[in-house]
Design a protein. Structure first.
Length: 481
């Protein structure tokens, strides 16, 4: 299967509210040879305020925000088309599972597209950072590194690339970061060729779930406090080995005294599960965890000091004790339900509802191609056929940004008032406001330590003046909404 390595630059670090403003992608064959590349940048939509910090990091100045050939909607259309053309493939980026993937899902959702393109229709996804961390757990010297402020090896992409001989001066542009990711992964692939396919096998959620059900002992890689560890684990009973709410695999660390733990009553087991170090570990099957053969963990402490017969006996106790597994799942269920009950009850906005609001219906999804193929008047008319009110809201926003003149006056005014109430709010909001932007901009301006990749203070101040003026113009647009 081919690989698609990709990266995005956004206007915010909040995935529900982030806007993709630039993307880079490289298509590679199974031997990691480049076949094609793709990049695109768009203008900022006029219904949201960017984060000054995000723009400083990716050097998105006022010209880049306003003068690109592509609108945001047009760029998303190109991304969807290119990713479909490159499918099926293994999609991966650097720390993409928790950010890039989340953002693109939510951006597709808000632009009336199927959100899960990178892990459906024959595609699977992985995370280059997970692979890097596992490579270090197996061989601490696999790549040259520098130490971060806490004295741990830095796993930052720019740092790894620079220390291993790759030019990194253009880091934080999407295509350049994509190139660096390819180079770092290619280095690992060449240095650990026999393990490369092992890293990649967990790109499929189904494969991970089957491994947890079928294997007696596994090596699980996890990363804590700046260090990468290998854990020797036994999955719970095959019929009761998944979290009852989140559906993630549950495995037991074999350095724990399993016999003693299994003798505990229910309440004492509950207390034991809260203690540190934890005997129970979670395998997030949909987030490309690294699961390797048991032989890897058996080479490291404390497992290599344990008798192999003891390890096998503990594994057997975990795998065969149905009651023990059921009790653990019940305790996990109680904790999850309590968390849900005590979680924030504030109103969830449509932009935040991709998971909590449920999947869009197949009937609505069937309308997506017609929506994108029609002109803007046809798009507006088609919105009446959607059942999901979230999609209607998103559709109106798309038209407001792309072709506001075709909206009836009342709908136009309603949308403009909604945007104004959001971006002009002086409260602390979940999204970025004009007020928050100005405060952030002032802080960056006055803080001599916040230089990002600017070479001089004058360069930084000129940049800030430009994006500040952009937001001032945005504010003026909505003051009389």
């Amino acid at each position: 299967m081919n690989y698609v390595v990709w990266d995005i630059e956004t206007d915010s670090a909040q995935t529900d509210w982030a806007t993709i403003i630039e993307i880079g992608g490289i298509l590679l064959d199974e031997n990691f040879k480049e076949l094609e590349r793709f990049s695109a940048r768009c203008r900022m939509p006029q219904d949201r305020v960017p984060s000054a910090t995000a723009l400083c990091i990716n050097k998105s100045n006022v010209d880049l925000l306003t003068k690109s050939n592509l609108s945001h909607y047009e760029m998303l259309s190109q991304i969807e088309s290119k990713f479909k053309e490159w499918s099926p493939a293994t999609f991966l980026g650097y720390s993409n599972i928790n950010f890039d993937d989340e953002v693109i899902r939510k951006e597709f959702f808000k632009s009336l597209r199927k959100p899960y393109l990178t892990n459906t229709e024959g595609n699977v996804r992985h995370d280059a950072l997970n692979i890097v961390k596992a490579a270090f757990a197996i061989d601490d010297n696999i790549l040259k590194t520098e130490l971060n402020a806490k004295g741990n090896k830095s796993m930052k992409l720019e740092s790894l690339a620079r220390l291993n001989g790759f030019e990194s001066a253009g880091a934080h542009s999407a295509l350049f970061d994509t190139e660096l990711t390819v180079k770092v992964l290619d280095l690992i692939k060449k240095k650990q060729p026999e393990i490369w396919s092992e890293y990649l096998k967990t790109s499929s959620k189904l494969v991970v779930e089957n491994l947890i059900k079928q294997e007696n002992i596994i090596t699980l890689n996890e990363y804590f406090y700046g260090k990468s560890y290998l854990y020797l684990c036994a999955p719970l009973h095959q019929n009761f080995c998944s979290h009852p709410v989140y559906k993630w695999g549950q495995v037991v660390d074999l350095k724990a005294d399993i016999e003693a733990i299994q003798k505990l009553n229910y309440e004492d087991l509950k207390k034991e599960m809260k203690k540190s170090p934890k005997f129970l570990r979670t395998v997030k099957s949909n987030k490309a965890p690294i699961i390797l053969d048991k032989s890897f963990a058996l080479k490291v402490n404390p497992y290599k000091k344990l008798d192999l017969n003891l390890i096998n006996r503990r594994s057997e106790l975990v795998k065969t004790n149905e009651k023990f597994s059921k009790d653990i799942l019940n305790i996990l269920r109680e904790a999850a339900e309590e968390k849900i009950e005590t979680s924030s009850q504030e109103d969830i906005e449509p932009e935040e509802s991709i998971y909590s609001g449920g999947f869009t219906s197949s009937k609505d999804q069937a309308l997506f191609p017609n929506f994108h193929n029609g002109d803007w008047k046809e798009k507006f008319a088609l919105l009446d056929k959607f059942e999901d009110e979230r999609l209607v809201t998103f559709g109106h926003s798309l038209i407001f940004n792309e072709a506001p003149e075709i909206l009836p006056k009342e709908i136009y005014k309603k949308i403009k008032r909604k945007i104004a109430s959001r971006i002009l709010s002086t409260n602390k909001e979940k999204w970025w406001t004009v007020s928050a932007f100005y405060s952030e901009c002032d802080e960056i301006r006055e803080n001599e330590d916040k230089m990002f990749s600017f070479k001089t203070v004058d360069e930084k101040l000129k940049f800030l003046d430009g994006i500040n003026e952009y937001v001032m113009n945005l504010e003026q647009k909505y003051l009389n909404a």
